[in-house]
Design a protein around this ligand. Structure first.
Ligand SMILES: [Zn+2]
Length: 326
């Protein structure tokens, strides 16, 4: 058993219930609330709607993978902390573009900065981050600039995340560009930093079409995040992604597989051309409980395997992380 920090306080890992491993309540950019890009009243209404819809579909916990530079709003967390029917785990860490402020820091300074939000709270509140998020996308392939290239900065911040994980006892979740197979390099770095790969989720892995890559991540002991599964995908694509979950279950890795959507209740990223937030979508966290799980059951997957993915895999990441600290 491990303690998990949520925006409403600490819960035991045995109480997480069905968990979506990678979602966003509110997303956008850091500072968006100060420049007229963010409407909190509307954001809270949309979060309430989406949380209630997900709760009716048996979801009990959501991991919000939104660090500050992706528009995390701690004031929204404060308000949702008493009204949400679902446990919400908040993230520290970094999104894709390493801010220049971090460029001269060493990995330990990066770690200390992440640890503050875990151990002291976020922005002076008593809301503590419960997970560390990092993001390796197309920027990771940028090697221009030598020691200051985005690639080397992202690698340094991954080392910082590993050290913060070990010191604070919280897991790491990674946004990855799966088609570039960057999860392998991430696991190499985490191994060099001597952390337990069971505390690491390599996310967005169902963007990959290469099952050997997906299975390799699991074989090395990591948690595999199949956490891109959205309403705007056609049925053929949803089935293709569900087949990856099936392959992991059949290979014996259900307890190392987590499901999610990477969907936001309120986001100003990729909104309409005329500006403002994305279109309303209170069902954004339904495709996993509403499509993928029924599809897997229809293929003969047992309820125990579903619970392994929805509950045990999440418990494993938090419990493995906490064990590193103690
Ligand atoms: Zn995301």
């Amino acid at each position: 058993m491990a303690k998990i920090r949520t925006i409403s306080g600490t819960i035991d890992s045995q109480d997480v219930g069905w968990t979506l491993s990678h979602e966003h309540l509110v997303s956008g950019m850091g500072g968006m609330d100060r420049i007229g890009l963010y409407n909190e009243e509307e954001a809270l209404r949309r979060c309430d709607d989406a949380l209630n819809v997900a709760h009716k579909a048996q979801i009990q916990t959501i991991i919000d993978c939104t660090p500050v530079d992706l528009g995390r709003q701690v004031s929204a967390f404060k308000k949702l902390s008493s009204s949400s029917p679902i446990n919400i785990v908040a993230a520290t860490g970094l999104y894709r573009w390493v801010p220049l402020s971090y460029y001269s820091w060493d990995p330990d300074t990066v770690a200390q900065f992440f640890q503050r939000e875990i151990e002291d709270g976020i922005e002076g509140t008593n809301i503590h981050a419960g997970i560390i998020k990092i993001a390796w996308d197309i920027e990771y392939s940028s090697t221009v600039g030598g020691a200051n290239s985005l690639q080397s900065q992202l690698e340094k911040c991954a080392r910082g995340a590993a050290r913060a994980s070990k010191r604070s006892g919280v897991p790491i979740t990674c946004h990855t560009r799966a088609v570039d197979r960057v999860g392998i390099r991430l696991l190499d770095i985490f191994e060099e930093e001597e952390i337990d790969l069971a505390a690491v989720t390599i996310g967005h892995t169902n963007d990959s079409t290469e099952i050997d890559y997906v299975l390799e991540l699991a074989r090395r002991g990591a948690n595999v995040g199949l956490d891109r599964f959205t309403k705007n995908m056609n049925e053929e694509e949803l089935i293709r992604r569900s087949e990856i979950a099936l392959a992991l279950i059949e290979a014996g890795y259900a307890e190392q597989t987590s499901l999610g959507h990477d969907s936001a209740a309120y986001s100003v990223n990729r909104g309409p051309a005329s500006g403002g937030p994305r279109i309303e979508d209170a069902d954004c966290w339904l495709p996993v409980p509403g499509f993928e799980i029924p599809w897997l059951l229809s293929k003969g997957v047992g309820q125990d395997s579903i619970d392994a993915m929805m509950v045990k895999s999440i418990q494993r990441t938090f419990e493995s992380a906490q064990a590193m600290k103690s």
